[in-house]
Design a protein around this ligand. Structure first.
Ligand code: GRF
Length: 219
């Protein structure tokens, strides 16, 4: 199977979602490959993951630029030079400006650790615990100018348990992120998506016939 989609992955830290994408791309039937990893942090652990996987990586530090536009432009140039088809934000902790977002419109995706449109921004698990929701999860979406607000591609839900802390909840959600991100990118690579009026329509959708996730339940 030919790998028809070249991914550029932007990270700032641990890079566990990058690792999930590396693992998926290592499968010969997976229709995408990672051509470039960019971090804005020199010490991002994800850089080591890219190195180990023999993927080209670079650090473009925001501290080397006087303004956001120049930083964004530098990232764009590196992505264009690498022939990237789809930019994947994976724990990238800088907000990209509107010029960048518009240039990569429909070619820029993000994974967010909540069921959007709930709990945008940072500290999503603490937001979920404070709101007292019984179910939370993660979302892969196209990026638009407004933060955490683009067309939703896929979501996974997990229960919030009675004794959950931010850490335990983050762990449960992150496990699902690692399944969801490769799945969403595979849908894009296989041309299964269309965006109509800012809503993602998926062709050949296999409806998941599993029971609903109910939380809490009686013992
Ligand atoms: C993930 O929870 C992701 O949803 C959020 O930042 C975290 C990054 O984790 N945007 P990692 O660097 O991929 O391990």
């Amino acid at each position: 199977m030919t790998k028809n989609l070249k991914l550029g992955v932007l990270i700032s830290g641990e890079g566990s979602n990058l690792q999930a994408l590396i693992n998926a791309c290592n499968n010969s039937n997976y229709p995408a490959l990672i051509s470039l990893v960019i971090s804005n942090q020199h010490d991002a652990k994800g850089l080591e993951r890219a190195r180990k996987a023999n993927i080209k990586y670079m650090v473009i530090s925001h501290t080397n630029f006087n303004n956001r536009d120049d930083f964004d432009k530098n990232i764009s140039t590196a992505l264009l030079e690498a022939g990237i088809d789809l930019v994947c934000l994976a724990g990238f902790m800088r907000i990209l400006g509107s010029t960048f977002v518009d240039l990569w419109k429909d070619k820029l995706v993000n994974i967010h650790p909540s069921l959007l449109p709930s709990f945008k921004g940072l500290n999503t698990h603490s937001q979920a615990l404070r709101a007292g929701v019984c179910i939370t999860g993660c979302t892969v979406h196209f990026v638009r100018r407004e933060l955490d607000n683009g067309p939703i591609i896929a979501q996974a839900a997990v229960p919030v348990l009675r004794n959950d802390t931010e850490e335990s909840l983050a762990k449960r959600v992150l496990e699902q992120e690692h399944h969801l991100y490769p799945l969403a990118i595979e849908l894009i690579a296989r041309n299964k998506l269309q965006i109509v009026d800012n809503i993602v329509k998926i062709s050949d959708l296999v409806t998941n016939q599993q029971d609903a996730l109910v939380s809490p339940t009686l013992k």
